[in-house]
Design a protein around this ligand. Structure first.
Ligand SMILES: Nc1ncnc2c1ncn2[C@@H]1O[C@H](COP(=O)(O)OP(=O)(O)OP(=O)(O)O)[C@@H](O)[C@H]1O
Ligand SMILES: [Mg+2]
Length: 287
């Protein structure tokens, strides 16, 4: 695997606060990589070091073969960025802003195509200061894509999106992946990470506490929960053998001629795994 991003023993402190405490990972070319973790875990710090917006204290960082602290405009042409907070308050319209940004790139995507991609057709002639929060966030995504970059950093790109817009953004991210783009995504929506990421790393207090494919992280626990209602009360059965347990339960119910109301079998989601990881101490590494 050629790596688009590689980080080795990265550290960064703000005064006494050690925000990033020696993390290492690689992102393969063409991969969607999810960086997860609670508020303050060090995600944005890491991402902004990779983007060349912050200086690191220690460790080695390579992004598209270069050290972001020294990389020049050629390198910047090849990356696209959605910052966690962008403070655009402007009287430019959506279309004008995208056209302005497109002008910075040698091979931009057509502006109208980008507007369509992020679902702002109806707002293309609206001034940015009049956009809603979610619409402004969609513009941020558009600005990251207009240069047709090969590596895209998305720091909580769908925060504030309504459910429809979120699904549309997922489709856009999948389309970018199928074009061979590399994507580093941070998100607090664990379903989003599960749906989109080839691999994820979970950060906690500046350290990686787990990394691997979402399916492998979820597959670590073989357990499942079976739920149903008995006399209106919810019964929860935890089992490591869901097939057998379900068979026994349903056999009993059939014998008794009763319907198991509300029957449901639930596997742990990435969110369940994430919550258990960010509450405990041991390190888990899967790849
Ligand atoms: N410029 C700064 N000066 C001082 N401390 C900072 C600065 N930027 C971040 N921090 C601190 O570093 C830690 C990591 O912050 P960071 O923004 O990387 O977290 P994050 O994982 O992106 O969190 P969130 O999910 O809330 O976006 C936090 O404790 C934060 O308060
Ligand atoms: Mg952040």
């Amino acid at each position: 695997m050629t790596s688009a991003v590689s980080i080795e023993a990265l550290t960064k402190s703000y005064g006494k606060l050690e925000a990033v405490r020696g993390i290492s990972f690689e992102i393969g070319s063409g991969e969607v990589f999810g960086l997860l973790g609670p508020n303050g875990a060090g995600k944005t710090t890491t991402v902004e070091i990779l983007e060349g917006y912050r200086k690191r204290d220690g460790g080695t960082v390579r992004v598209l073969g270069e050290d972001p602290e020294r990389a020049g405009t050629e390198w910047r042409q090849r990356i696209g960025v959605v910052l966690q907070s962008s403070a655009v308050y402007t009287t430019l319209t959506v279309r004008e802003m995208l056209a302005l940004f497109a002008g910075y790139y040698r091979k931009p995507r057509p502006v109208d195509e980008v507007i369509e991609l992020v679902g702002l057709m109806e707002k293309r002639n609206t001034r940015i200061k009049s956009l809603s929060g979610g619409q402004a966030r969609r513009l941020d995504l558009g600005l990251a894509l207009v240069g047709d970059p090969e590596l895209i950093f998305l720091d909580e790109p769908t925060t504030g999106f309504d459910p429809g817009a979120r699904r549309a953004a997922w489709a856009t991210i999948r389309a970018l992946r199928s074009l061979g783009k590399t994507i580093l995504l941070t998100t607090h929506y664990l379903e989003e990470a599960e749906q989109l990421s080839d691999r994820v790393a979970v950060l906690r207090e500046g350290r990686i506490v787990a990394h691997g494919r979402p399916a492998d992280l979820m597959g670590r626990s073989r357990g499942a929960e079976i739920r149903y209602l008995r006399d209106g009360e919810e019964v929860v059965v935890k089992t490591d053998e869901p097939t057998r347990t379900l068979h026994e339960l349903t056999a009993q119910a059939l014998d008794a001629g009763v319907e198991l109301e509300g029957l449901e079998v639930r596997r742990p989601t990435l969110e369940d795994v994430y919550l258990s990881l960010t509450e405990q101490d041991d390190e888990t590494v899967l790849s």
